[in-house]
Write a new protein. Structure first.
Length: 163
């Protein structure tokens, strides 16, 4: 199928607009009455010497880091800061999240978490997008603050891996 110069310019303009091959195929049919297969359109684009443009990918929104609470000199929760000689050795308020290299069966992604009180658990994200938490200690429930920090840290770790 031969296109005249005006039609070639029109097709080139469509490509510059960022239209996909299937969209160009539809426009050729509607505007010029040319019924072309997808492959024929691909060859036409090659013959014109024009490259298809990739649409720019949108950046995922950045998650702001949580703001630390104002320093009051008092612990946020009673029982988190040990008393006595070991008080200086304590580094509390941190939740550590890791992602498994070999994913747990039945999960999209899985890993481990250590909460601020030193208790550990395994986490997983299942096929339905549900987050599960399996503590090592039977009946253990992390604090609400730890859960919120865990979710934030998990989002950060998964974002690093492209999830």
């Amino acid at each position: 199928m031969k296109l005249d110069d005006a039609q070639k310019q029109k097709v080139s303009a469509w490509i510059e607009e960022g239209l996909k091959l299937s969209e160009i195929q539809d426009k050729l049919n509607k505007e010029f009455g040319l019924g072309m297969t997808y492959m024929e359109v691909r060859f036409l684009i090659d013959d014109l010497g024009v490259k298809l443009k990739d649409k720019p990918q949108e950046k995922p929104p950045e998650i702001p880091a949580p703001k630390p609470p104002p320093a009051t000199g008092k612990p946020a929760q009673p029982g988190l800061v040990p008393e006595g000689d070991d008080a200086g050795d304590f580094v509390g308020g941190k939740v550590a999240v890791t992602v498994d290299q070999v994913t747990r069966p039945g999960a999209l992604v899985s890993g481990k978490v250590t909460f601020s009180d030193g208790k550990a658990a395994e986490w997983y994200l299942d096929q339905m997008g549900r987050l599960g938490l399996a503590p090592k200690e039977q009946g253990y429930k992390p604090s609400q603050d730890d859960l919120m920090e865990f979710q934030t840290e998990l989002q950060n770790e998964l974002a690093k891996l492209g999830f």
